[in-house]
Design a protein around this ligand. Sequence first.
Ligand code: BES
Ligand code: MN
Ligand code: ZN
Length: 527
Amino acid sequence: MEFTIKKITSPEKLQTGILVLGVFTDGKLPPSSRAVDEASQGRLARLIAHGELDAKPGAALLLHGLAGVAAERVLLVSLGQSDSGAPGDKAWRDAFAAAGKALAATPAKDGAIALDGETLPPGRGLDWALRQASRIIADSAYRFDAPRTEKKEKGAKKERGARKIAFALSAATVADRALEDAVRQGQAIAEGMALAKDLGNLGANICTPAHLADAAGALGKQFKFKVDILEREDMEKLGMGAFLAVARGARRSPKFIVMQYHGRHGRGDKAHKDKNADKDKNGRPRPVALVGKGITFDSGGISLKPGAEMDEMKYDMCGAASVIGAFKAIARMELPIDVVGIVPATENMPGSDATRPGDVVRSMSGQTIEILNTDAEGRLILCDALTYAERFKPDCVIDIATLTGACIVALGKIPSGLLANDDALAEELAQCGAAAGDPVWRLPLWEEYQDLLKSNFADMANIGGRFGGAITAAAFLSRFAKAYKWAHLDIAGTAWVSGEAKGSTARPLPLLAEFLLARAAGGEQPH
Ligand code: BES
Ligand code: MN
Ligand code: ZN
């Protein structure tokens, strides 16, 4: 998909396959829509007055061959009522999601979206808007190239969707590199999301630990960043007893993937001003470390899962996919920061040499763990990855994991769960999640929860009983994250959708990208 920014004075004269216009459903029209309305002798206002366009933000109405208007089609998208001033973030995003859907389905080859300053949510700038819009529109065009039998019959569906999209801004808008950057950023994030979605959607017979390692390696080659793959012997030498305890039930080899991206910190580069990033002794800002759970299939191991919907446990590597996808996005954006990506990858299978409930293992940190339930495997692979992360002296570590069903019970499927040992980091992530439309909600991590992990036979058990499962899982991880600021994102409810639209969402990649962008811009919050 190709995006451009166009400065225009007369949207009604724009030659394009489909022109997208935002309208308020109480009759107030933003400038671009007003111009098109006047050119069409008040047609838009009449349609809205007759209730042809649902008031709900994101409702859409497609018009063909509007008299007096150069565009072949006009898509009206509802921004809701104007009485509340401007649309909120959600209404605005719903409107763009509707535009994205229409642009992905249209037979038109090119399209334009009128973006009036008057329609921006309060406190949000045009760069924010362009970054969100280009991401949402590019992401709407995502299709999983499923390995289906090809149908070669005549009349097979033609490729649909506009490939060239222009953002039409008022000619009065100040010319600004930042706006071009914002469009490219959104596009880069969508590209990272497409990779993350592909990895998630692939069956576990194809998306194996080796496949994840290859995907990371290929990215490293393409964008010239370092990728190391540790093999089982390396993990044994490092003493990763917890990770290896999960891997031993599977015949496929585990992989421990380490990616290192060094952004260019040139002179005048704002990253040097980053108040969040302490310098190491060489004067380089400390890296952000991202750790992603890479269970390519979670059968539960000997504590076998029930059969219903077990296919969805192919998505248990979505944390890993979001980290790999984030690396694609930051490399494409050439962000001037340092980021380390760590992905412990294995299947969780009940092979004859699998770990049994009651087994005690020693983690890389030296702490011992009684494995009471082999289905609580995510924390076992993550704890060794968290210990491994220490060697990079990170400014902060964020782990991303489809960790607990209990998180879905607690929060539903709207926000990801957020738990952290640092309030400022938690707040920063919450802000970035809100800005990216990829929300998180914090759960407490009080000392009291630690008691639930007591074991008679080791330093801790790997499960904490019936209640507060998302929190006890994080409490377990926190014991391995004492050396740095750390946040944990439980994406069990947000990483994919079930049912008819089953598929990966690539969450929380939008949040991670917003966070890294803000860090690269000098620690300022996005706006
Ligand atoms: N991968 C699952 C968590 C999960 C379950 C994610 C359902 C998405 C949907 C994880 O490894 C797991 O099995 N967790 C257990 C922990 C329990 C044994 C303490 C769970 O949530 O049931
Ligand atoms: Mn499990
Ligand atoms: Zn799992």
